[in-house]
Design a protein around this ligand. Structure first.
Ligand code: DGT
Ligand code: CA
Ligand code: CA
Ligand code: ZN
Length: 576
């Protein structure tokens, strides 16, 4: 039998949805009053219904509401509420529970951006669409994003990008302790995983007691979980856990290797060592009980007659075999990048002018920068219609004439519509240097349909790069929304490229798919999708992910010179 509170919740939900719907304030108030009346009732409302008592004598409960209470008690449901939930989405109730969000704000979300689901909310927050809404701000947007990120994960893992500034300030802080001679970060952070469970720090130093005392006094520390002679763990206010270990100087390299992991890589290395009559642990490499390596990490690999394996590759995915055969990839570095192929400007939903973006790109010594704003099919933001796109193209041509050292490329982030067609007519597409084509609406089509929608889009000769290819958001358990190997094969056949979107909340393409693309010789464009000049710095995050995907400079589109790019963009009849 339903309790009074449970019955009241039905009415509170109706009131909330009515408010979001912009209904008559008196009706909304009637539902809220009824919820209050029932919640504070001294006896069971369900009993009253079952005993056929006259509910209308309760304050604020008229005939209509009495009928609804009896419906709730008898059926456990309320058709009035179901109708509203169908109109919006039952997920609105969860959105309403997010910190700082009440019916008024959620109404703004719905009215301005048509948001009724958690997924759509996260997507909009990632794209920075919330902060411009009335009553919202950058802070609210950030809180919502953090909360959604935390919710979608069982154990709180933190994105690599969010951990980075914390790790940097910790290192700077540790360096002020005079007795420390060496500091290194190991674990998944060093391997540059998209998310990290905790941070593993190794230090060598003469005075372990002083080191530990200094460590636990790091000001962001909230709780000390463990404090031993050579080991300590703390949790920071942000929720991030840090494990610190003090190791002997002569074992530093071996410990760094051991605690960098991954565990599977370590196990495979130890097995190999065993075959060669060696023993490898966190103290060193030993032959007949005698240490033969330990001081430097590279000596551990050398002891096994193999090339040094970069941390990003240490996942037991074939790197050991490749190292033994001297066939390890020469991983891409940030300096290999010659330009950014995806950024937005104030002409659509960016925050800076083209000229400002150009200045920032020049500082990075880029040869080229592509302006790729949204098209009008985008569900949330002001995208450009064909007319506006042509005007922008002219403007870019004019700016280009005055530029030296850097070339602006004319692109658009063209929406892939539900039927797989592109959101701009041929005569406009023709005027662009290339396109970044992305899905922003109908994100939850069935997997096969979504895959075929993308492949159909690739059939268009003006399709160049698939933007944020999988639609993944970091820390959201979304599952595979598309058949990526099939998309990669389709891209190979048609001469299209895939983006590795370096936005820290996306990092889309993932490492596994980067590697499949490489094996299929489909080039990856590492792009920031910057909406403001500072975000051009996301490039290094994308490069980190690319390294985990075994990519070399040659596997990446924007390591090419402008001339080479132009040739690569030239599909079929297209002319630059
Ligand atoms: P995380 O923190 O979940 O993102 O992932 P990791 O890889 O940083 O894992 P963590 O912090 O538990 O341990 C750091 C490294 O220490 C791990 O990558 C490998 C090494 N390690 C820890 N425990 C074991 C173990 O029981 N066996 C072996 N072989 N290695 C271990
Ligand atoms: Ca860790
Ligand atoms: Ca750890
Ligand atoms: Zn996009």
């Amino acid at each position: 039998m339903l309790t009074n509170s449970e019955i009241a919740i039905f009415f509170e939900k109706v009131a909330n949805l009515l408010e979001i719907d912009g209904a008559n304030p008196f009706r909304i108030r009637a539902y809220r009053l009824a919820a209050d009346t029932i919640k504070t009732l001294a006896h069971s409302a369900a009993d009253m219904v079952n005993d056929n008592e006259n509910i209308t004598r309760l304050p604020g409960i008229g005939k209509d509401l009495a009928g609804q209470i009896s419906e709730i008690v008898k059926t456990g449901a309320l058709s009035r509420l179901e109708t509203l939930e169908q109109k919006f989405s039952p997920e609105l109730h969860q959105i309403l529970k997010l910190p700082g969000l009440g019916p008024k704000k959620v109404r703004v979300l719905y009215e301005k951006l048509n948001i009724c689901t958690l997924g759509a909310l996260q997507e909009a927050a990632v794209q920075g669409k919330l902060q411009a809404l009335p009553g919202f701000g950058a802070k609210t947007e950030q809180h919502i994003l953090q909360e959604l990120t935390l919710r979608s994960q069982g154990k709180a893992r933190v994105s690599w990008a969010a951990a980075e500034p914390i790790v940097k300030s910790l290192i700077t802080y540790l360096e002020t302790e005079a007795s420390i001679t060496e500091i290194a970060v190991a674990g998944s952070f060093r391997r540059r995983k998209e998310t990290v469970g905790d941070i593993d720090v190794l230090v060598a130093g003469q005075n372990p007691t002083a080191v530990i005392a200094h460590f636990v006094a790091f000001s962001p520390v909230e709780r000390v979980l463990a404090r031993g002679q050579t080991k300590s763990s703390v949790v920071l206010q942000s929720g991030l856990q840090i494990d610190l270990r003090i190791v002997a100087r002569d074992s530093f390299g071996a410990a760094l290797h051991y605690f960098t992991g991954s565990q599977r890589h370590n196990i495979a290395i130890r097995k190999l060592a065993h075959k060669k009559g060696l023993r490898i642990n966190e103290y060193g490499a030993f032959k007949n009980g005698q240490p033969i390596a330990g001081r430097h990490e590279k000596d551990i690999y050398a002891a096994l007659d193999m090339a040094f394996i970069e941390p990003e590759l240490r996942e037991d995915r074939g790197e050991i075999k490749a190292a033994l055969a001297k066939r390890l990839p020469e991983l891409i570095n940030p300096q290999d990048i010659c330009g950014d192929l995806h950024c937005h400007t104030i002409d659509s939903d960016g925050f800076n002018t083209i000229e400002e973006m150009v200045r920032a790109a020049k500082k990075k010594k880029y040869q080229y920068l592509a302006v790729s704003n949204h098209t009008w099919g985008h569900p949330y933001v002001h995208g450009l219609d064909p007319e506006e796109t042509l005007t922008l193209i002219k403007k870019i041509d004019q700016i280009n004439q005055k530029l030296d050292g850097l070339t602006l490329l004319k692109s658009m982030e063209v929406d892939i519509l539900e039927d797989g067609s592109l959101d701009l007519p041929e005569q406009v597409l023709k005027a662009l240097d290339f396109t970044v084509c992305s899905i922003h609406a109908e994100l939850n089509l069935d997997r096969t349909k979504q895959t075929e929608r993308i492949i159909r889009a690739m059939d268009n000769p003006y399709f160049t790069i698939l933007g944020h290819p999988s639609g993944q958001l970091i820390n959201q358990k979304a599952g595979d929304k598309v058949d990526m190997p099939r998309i990669i094969e389709a891209a190979r056949q048609r001469g299209c490229f895939l983006e590795l979107n370096a936005n820290p909340d996306r990092l889309d393409l993932n490492d596994t798919y980067c590697r499949i693309a490489k094996e299929n010789k489909v080039l990856i464009a590492i792009s920031t999708d910057a909406h403001r000049i500072g975000q051009l710095d996301y490039m290094r995050l994308g490069v980190g992910q690319a390294r985990r995907g075994w990519l070399e400079a040659n596997d990446v589109l924007n390591t090419r010179s402008l001339e080479q790019l132009k040739r690569l963009f030239n599909r079929g009849s297209q002319q630059m």
